[in-house]
Design a binder for this molecule. Structure first.
Ligand SMILES: [Zn+2]
Length: 89
């Protein structure tokens, strides 16, 4: 990317919109949204949709415990079958 982020085109900004909204960042604070009324309106629409999706699928945002579960599952798997363990019969 070149230049000041405020100088980016609407197409460039809109290409980043789903990522901005999806990552939970405050996309309205983006320099382009601050200076471009059209993209601000588009952003508002997208956030309305994103908010509706969050209410429809409240489990989309993974809780911290999920990572702990994944971590312990990996560890358990490691205990069960240590990759470096020699298998002799
Ligand atoms: Zn724009």
């Amino acid at each position: 990317m070149t230049g000041h982020p405020g100088n980016m085109s609407c197409a460039e900004f809109q290409a980043q919109l789903p990522e901005l909204v999806g990552s939970g960042k405050d996309a309205a604070r983006h320099p382009h949204a601050q200076g471009c009324e059209r993209c601000r309106a588009l952003l508002a629409d997208l956030e309305t949709i994103a908010e509706a999706a969050r209410q429809l699928f409240p489990s989309v945002e993974p809780p911290d415990e999920l990572w702990e579960q994944i971590e312990s599952a990996i560890k358990k798997e490691g205990d069960h079958a240590p990759p470096a363990a020699p298998q002799r019969r």
